[in-house]
Design a protein around this ligand. Structure first.
Ligand SMILES: [Fe+2]
Ligand SMILES: [Fe+2]
Length: 211
């Protein structure tokens, strides 16, 4: 197998970061679940949905960063393929959220580079802590993302089927990612780590809704 130098890895990481952060740089492998739905929203509803979708998009940027950071430091000999598959599905989520934001005439969060860097660091640290913690970190992240998605699905205007279809598919995928990480040996994280993660995600959701 080809050996990559430190510089190769750095360039690869930079390329991955750009693909996650530059709008339009990632395309989905699967069809957008909202494809066959037709939704017209009032301006106030559209603004709220755009805020929610911006939060979800930033969540997906964080998911990309987490998987990229983890891939750099974790060994994951038995589950590397499953983790890569999860990362590909996260790219679909990123592209679908971006599509919906575009339809709503809105934009992705300006703070995404900050959240990407932070999540990359956390993913890499979890990988260094060992595979069972790294997988536990994935499982806990996916669990928290799923809670957000369920809350956002409840908040959608009743007839916004386009957003609903996307969020429902994402939620199904996230729960599957959580189960994959747990089945692969992910352990429960210590309570202070879980509380810190909830705190950080609260700051992320509050800020991304607006900017
Ligand atoms: Fe996702
Ligand atoms: Fe996920």
């Amino acid at each position: 197998m080809r050996q990559f130098s430190g510089v190769d890895k750095l360039i690869h990481s930079f390329d991955q970061a750009l693909r996650s952060l530059v709008p339009g740089a990632t395309s989905a492998q699967r069809e957008n679940p909202a494809k066959s739905e037709d939704t017209q929203l009032m301006v106030s509803d559209a603004r709220h949905v755009a805020g929610l979708m911006r939060v979800n998009h930033t969540g997906e940027v964080c998911a990309q960063a987490l998987y990229h950071g983890q891939a750099m430091t974790a060994k994951l000999p038995n589950v590397r393929r499953e983790m890569q598959q999860a990362a590909v599905e996260e790219q679909d989520h990123l592209a679908w959220c971006e599509d919906r934001l575009k339809e709503l005439d809105s934009h992705t969060s300006l703070l995404n580079p900050v959240w990407y860097s932070l999540s990359f660091g956390m993913g890499a640290l979890a990988g260094i802590a060992g595979d069972k913690y790294s997988l536990g970190f994935v499982a806990e992240t996916e669990r928290q993302v799923s809670l957000h998605l369920e809350d956002h699905i409840r908040q959608l205007p009743e007839h916004d089927e386009r957003s609903r279809k996307i969020l429902l598919q994402m939620n199904e995928d996230e729960l599957h990612h959580r189960d994959t990480a747990l089945n692969a040996g992910g352990v429960d994280l210590p309570a202070p780590v879980r509380i810190a993660m909830t705190g950080i995600s609260k700051i992320m959701t509050k800020t991304s809704y607006y900017i």
